[in-house]
Design a protein around this ligand. Structure first.
Ligand code: SF4
Length: 239
């Protein structure tokens, strides 16, 4: 049975030592072995002090986002065989404080997320049954609805590094998601927030956030919101 080499960037702020790479041999037990399986193998059989997050194992919770062989990916749905090499280099998400090894502090990501009210704000009293949406209106959301809050786009963005207040790609995508929702009643407030000093105009169009493991397109959403704002300026008011 062949082995893969997992080269992992390790760091424990409490140890007094700087970050360093450590290599581990992981047996390629089956063709479908994922990077998360490999990390679990190391944790259970080689080094119980290795720190990383995971939960659902199904690309739904976003907790195992990390930097794998030069790309932002989810460890749970990245098969070692898909990387076309048996040498795997793993780092934590960039721009975020490392708590230990592959675990980063996501507080600043969640703070931005919370600021944009990532939930439906109805513009009318509750209906008797449900808020009806036409099939066409629902289809508008298909390209913005699958965010799992993994933080990959936020970590890839160079502006989130230089401007701690910048809302960042995931929060701006969420604004786009709700201004595209026919049931939401806070379109104007949302679009005005995106127009603020830490909104869409801070984006430098680097496109680094185009790395979403769920194949969402934050640059498209940011451009979409910018277009709405320009239309609003030209035509006055509205969303
Ligand atoms: Fe992750 Fe994609 Fe959501 Fe960004 S948009 S947080 S990369 S799922």
């Amino acid at each position: 049975m062949a082995d893969a080499t997992f080269k992992i960037l390790r760091f424990d702020p409490d140890s007094g030592k700087g970050p360093y790479f450590q290599a581990f041999r992981v047996p390629l037990e089956n063709k479908g072995l994922t990077v998360l399986d490999g990390l679990n193998h190391i944790l259970e059989n080689i080094d119980g002090s290795l720190a990383f997050r995971s939960s659902c194992r199904a690309a739904v919770c976003g907790s195992c986002a990390m930097h794998i062989n030069g790309k932002h990916r989810l460890a749970c749905n990245t098969q070692v065989s898909s990387l076309n090499t048996q040498s795997i280099t793993i780092r934590p998400l960039a721009h975020l404080e490392v708590e230990k090894d592959l675990c980063v502090n996501m507080d600043q990501f969640w703070e931005k997320y919370e600021l944009v009210r990532p939930y439906l704000v109805p513009g009318s009293p509750p209906p008797e049954k449900e808020r009806i949406q036409s099939q066409e209106d629902r289809e508008e959301l298909n390209v913005v609805i699958d965010c799992i809050q993994c933080g990959c786009c936020y970590s890839a963005c160079p502006v989130t590094l230089s401007s701690k207040e910048y809302l960042g790609p995931a929060a701006l995508l969420k604004i786009d998601r709700f201004v595209s929702d026919s049931r939401d009643g806070a379109h104007v407030q949302r679009i005005e927030q995106a127009d603020g000093p830490y909104g869409v105009w801070r984006c430098h169009n680097v496109f680094a956030c185009q790395c979403c493991p769920k194949e969402l397109d934050p640059p498209r959403s940011i451009a979409h919101v910018k277009r709405r704002l320009m239309r609003r300026r030209l035509l006055g008011g509205g969303k």
